[in-house]
Write a protein that binds this ligand. Structure first.
Ligand code: PNS
Length: 163
């Protein structure tokens, strides 16, 4: 049986921390579906189409990774895609409570789908899409935290063309 994991998130935008998780998980599962879902507590900067484009540009090297977007409940999407696991990256302790709550809620909604956590690589432990967007907004150098296309698109969005 093919073991598929859904890696869900806002990915607004994808960061090097996300890509590190994708790369490591691609070696653990037969298939990874990176799924952009709606987090109702966040207002997004990029459209879903832009987020898909940035993700797709960075997963070309992985033959078993695909990008998708979905509406509604994550567990329903996972079931529809025959996934056995939900994959999440865990950074500092501050992530724990939210991740724990989400994992338990998803387990209550569907006991057949397991949440699997990978610890974020040490290099990316203090980065997040939100903090990177904030730094970029005020002209901070974010080039080593996001892939080149994302850096370019962030600068454009923030009207901060580097030249
Ligand atoms: O990158 P994020 O913002 O931490 O990702 C959160 C996300 C999108 C995975 C979460 O908000 C989500 O699963 N949204 C879909 C609705 C859902 O199923 N929520 C969890 C159970 S109530």
């Amino acid at each position: 049986m093919e073991r598929t994991a859904i890696y869900p998130g806002s990915f607004d935008p994808v960061t090097n921390g996300h890509l590190d998780i994708i790369q490591r998980a691609a070696g653990l599962f037969d298939k990874i579906i990176v799924a952009i879902l709606c987090n109702p507590t966040k207002k997004s900067l990029f459209s879903v189409e832009e987020r898909v484009e940035m993700l797709e540009d960075n997963i070309k090297e992985f033959s078993n990774v695909e990008v998708d977007s979905a509406r509604g409940l994550l567990v329903d999407y996972a079931k529809k895609r025959n996934a056995c696991a939900i994959l999440r990256g865990m950074r500092a302790v501050s992530d724990f409570e939210y991740e724990f709550q989400m994992a338990l809620m998803n387990r209550k909604l569907n006991r057949e789908i397991q949440t699997v956590f990978l610890m974020t690589g040490l290099r990316w432990i203090f980065t997040s899409s939100s903090i990177i967007k904030e730094a970029a907004r005020f002209g901070g150098d974010i080039d080593d935290m996001v892939p080149p296309l994302v850096s370019e698109k962030l600068k454009k969005k923030m009207n901060l063309h580097s030249s």
